[in-house]
Design a protein around this ligand. Structure first.
Ligand SMILES: Cc1cc2nc3c(=O)[nH]c(=O)nc-3n(C[C@H](O)[C@H](O)[C@H](O)COP(=O)(O)O)c2cc1C
Ligand code: SF4
Length: 464
């Protein structure tokens, strides 16, 4: 039976569990940090003797942990890119901006279990020779910032942070930095600019890969809240135990934010790839199905920038079993395992882990117009295709939803979106183009019918 597997949210909703240090320690908190700080030089199979820091980094790499912020990039690999020879300080930034529409998972950790994030950050910072780290939290999370400040003060007092953490000689402090509430502040290089006190204009890569030239032009690691929280469990239980959760290449758990037309919207932590999209929407342990009398129309599987799926779509997927044998199968939409690789093969992505469900009461043009308006508002404006294109798409869709559709609109929207993707400084270009490309291509009949209807009505009005 498909069910939740709570690793990161294990305690968060337990009766009586509070977000203070005493409660966290009572439930085994900071044991993983103690373990990490007591590690001695070790020999890894087939390798030379490594330092405790190298060992932790190796554990994170072999756990298969992939980023939970959007791109699903290997966390261990990202850490391995950090320029450790520059002699410059290395920074760690926790991305708590959580701005992707539909996403509400990181805030659960921050509100209910902030010490888990702090412990994980101290271990991650220790592993990467970081002495100063930041939690960049979006401006609207006023309460979240207060909770983190309180938890950090508790951690400092208890010597989990400071100049000589638990007598190990290791020094670290973590600061909370509140953003001012712009979506682009979640993009890692925009975030870095904002943290430096400037407007959140994303930087061009290359050369500004944060691992080499990040905060204050120093090597910097930017990781999502949920990604960082997994590190504590990898060190506490071992990389093998973590890798046993989930499926090959899609290890561990994911907190899925489920919203839209389901009976039980909410957040659900599951083993990656062990449940399907259909399970998450229809099973009683998750969304519990659609409202009475309704049928499924569309699903956005990974936050509003992920490409939409139309109900009834079928896909050819390839995967590998535990022995590495290639398996090919045709699956319908509801049978796609909820993991990074399957969703990518199906032409979309698991992104920020946010599923938005739309039933047959949804006006698909309205839905896209709503999304496009958001992106037009949030473009930082540096790149012409993104700045102008996002606005043109939003204006055309606004016109369509106000009775002034034109026959050429569907192709016009596709043309603009095609000219944004791949031509911008940051991935916001794709984030605003993909919804348009997928909605229009998959529901072209609805877009065209609506415009044709408008044109007929306007012609009648002219004649009358
Ligand atoms: C427009 C845009 C917005 C983003 N917003 C967020 C966000 O709110 N939170 C987040 O963790 N990552 C966000 N990302 C991804 C980050 O740039 C970065 O890849 C991520 O924080 C890395 O963490 P991870 O490797 O742990 O996933 C965004 C990316 C783009 C292009
Ligand atoms: S793609 Fe858009 S958001 Fe990103 S830098 Fe260019 S204008 Fe700004």
């Amino acid at each position: 039976m498909p069910e939740e597997y709570r690793l990161i949210l294990k305690h968060a909703d337990a009766p009586g569990y509070s977000n203070d240090l005493e409660c966290y320690v009572k439930h085994g908190g900071y044991k993983a940090l103690k373990k990490a700080l007591k590690l001695k030089k070790k020999k890894i199979e087939g390798k030379e003797t490594v330092t405790p820091q190298e060992w932790i980094r190796e554990e994170v790499k072999s756990s298969g942990l992939r980023g939970r912020g959007g791109a699903g990039f290997s966390c261990g690999l990202k850490w391995s890119f950090v320029d450790r020879r520059s002699g410059k300080p290395i920074y760690l930034i926790c991305n708590a901006d959580e701005s992707e529409p539909g996403t509400f998972k990181d805030r659960q950790i921050i509100y209910k279990d902030p010490h888990q994030l702090i412990e994980s950050m101290v271990i991650s910072a220790y592993a990467n020779d970081v002495n100063l780290a930041y939690i960049y939290i979006r401006g609207e999370f006023v309460e979240g910032a207060k909770i983190l400040e309180k938890a950090l003060a508790e951690a400092r007092k208890a010597n989990y942070l400071g100049k000589d953490i638990l007598g190990s000689g290791y020094k670290l402090d973590i600061h909370v930095h509140r953003g001012a509430g712009a979506y682009i502040c979640g993009e890692e290089t925009g975030l870095i600019e904002s943290l430096e006190g400037k407007r959140a204009y994303p930087r061009i890569k290359p050369p500004y890969f944060p691992a080499v030239v990040g905060l204050y032009m120093c090597p910097t690691i930017v990781n999502n809240v949920e990604t960082l929280c997994a590190v504590k469990h990898i060190i506490a239980d071992g990389s093998e135990a973590f890798a046993k959760l989930g499926t090959p290449n899609n290890t561990g758990t994911r907190i899925v934010s489920l919203s839209g037309h389901v009976k039980k919207p909410g957040y659900y932590e599951v083993e990656v790839g062990k449940v399907t999209i259909g399970d998450l929407i229809f099973h009683k342990n998750f969304g519990g199905g659609l409202h009475e009398g309704r049928e499924l129309k569309a699903i956005i599987p990974g936050g509003s920038s992920a490409k939409v799926f139309r109900a009834g779509e079928k896909f050819k997927l390839k995967s590998k079993d535990k022995k590495g044998k290639l398996i090919k199968k045709e699956v319908d939409l509801l049978n796609i395992p909820y993991d990074f690789d399957s969703l990518m093969q199906a032409g979309s992505m698991s992104g920020s882990g946010a599923i938005i469900v739309m039933d047959d009461s949804t006006d698909i043009v309205e839905a896209l117009s709503n999304i496009a308006e958001f992106y037009a508002h949030e473009s930082c404006g540096q790149c012409t295709p993104c700045r102008e294109g996002s606005l043109w798409m939003s204006k055309a869709l606004h016109r369509m939803t106000h009775g002034d559709g034109r026959r050429a609109d569907a192709d016009y929207l596709l043309h603009i979106a095609q000219n944004i993707q791949g031509r911008t400084i940051c991935a916001f270009g794709e984030a605003c183009a993909w919804p348009v490309l997928s909605f229009v291509n998959k529901f072209k009949d609805e877009f065209e019918a609506r415009s044709a209807e408008d044109e007929k009505r306007k012609a009648r009005e002219v004649l009358s």
